[in-house]
Design a protein around this ligand. Structure first.
Ligand SMILES: [Zn+2]
Length: 225
């Protein structure tokens, strides 16, 4: 029975080979391939260097409102080191937040070194739930996001800093997810094992906790499988 606990990969960009006890939420770009199973839809700041057009925005709006397997907007967000010019990133992110608000969709955020702005935009505009994915920073930054109600998706691996390990230990049970973000050199099950060790859980309980968190974040579309 233990072998069949559902292990959820909260964020990746392609589906691994199928498995009865593993589920991936694939983050898709509407101008590329849209995955058939559970997925999210959004424009990543790395890949879109111009202001998004109405037509491009309509593609995500259409997908989220018309496809029961499309669970959230994202990933979208802000990256100081890579991608479109700062002002374009902000504008494109805001437009996607507006769609999320209008369609009551949760948002999955990519953020590199622009956390102050993400926090500012969340306070000013967010009307739905947000998760920052790929979070690997310290406990203090984690706390400032968690205190606002922003969840964190993390990818434990074998070469973590002490500060990341401390942050993972600190994460409240109802506020995190686990992901690979397509780096399958460390498969999702191995990441669950690492997290279970850090949290002093067994993997089965950890799988249940993450499953509950995923239900709470994505809501009816996910729960009414
Ligand atoms: Zn990603």
């Amino acid at each position: 029975m233990q072998d069949h606990k559902l292990i959820i990969d909260f964020h990746c960009h392609s589906r691994a080979e199928s498995s009865v006890d593993r589920m991936e939420i694939v983050s898709c770009d509407p101008l590329k391939n849209i995955s058939e199973g559970f997925h999210t839809i959004g424009y990543h700041p790395w890949w879109h260097h111009e202001h998004l057009t109405q037509k491009e925005l309509f593609l995500i709006e259409n997908e989220i409102s018309g496809n029961n397997n499309c669970l959230a907007i994202g990933e979208c967000g802000l990256d100081k080191l890579k991608g479109a010019a700062e002002e374009i990133q902000t504008s494109n992110f805001l437009k996607q937040i507006e769609i999320a608000n209008r369609l009551k969709a949760p948002v999955i955020i990519h953020c590199v070194k622009r956390y102050n702005e993400v926090i500012y935009l969340y306070k000013k505009h967010a009307q739905t739930q947000w998760t920052v994915h790929g979070f690997s920073r310290n406990k203090i930054l984690a706390k400032s996001l968690l205190d606002l109600g922003i969840r964190l998706s993390v990818a434990p691996h074998h070469a973590m800093t002490l500060s990341m390990t401390e942050m993972l230990r600190y994460l409240p049970h109802d506020m995190f997810f686990l992901e690979t973000d397509s780096d399958r050199r460390t498969p999702i099950r191995e990441r669950y094992a690492l997290m279970a060790q850090i949290k002093s859980f067994n993997i089965e309980d950890l799988a249940d906790i993450v499953h509950e968190n995923v239900c709470a974040f994505f809501g009816p579309k996910f729960i009414n499988l």
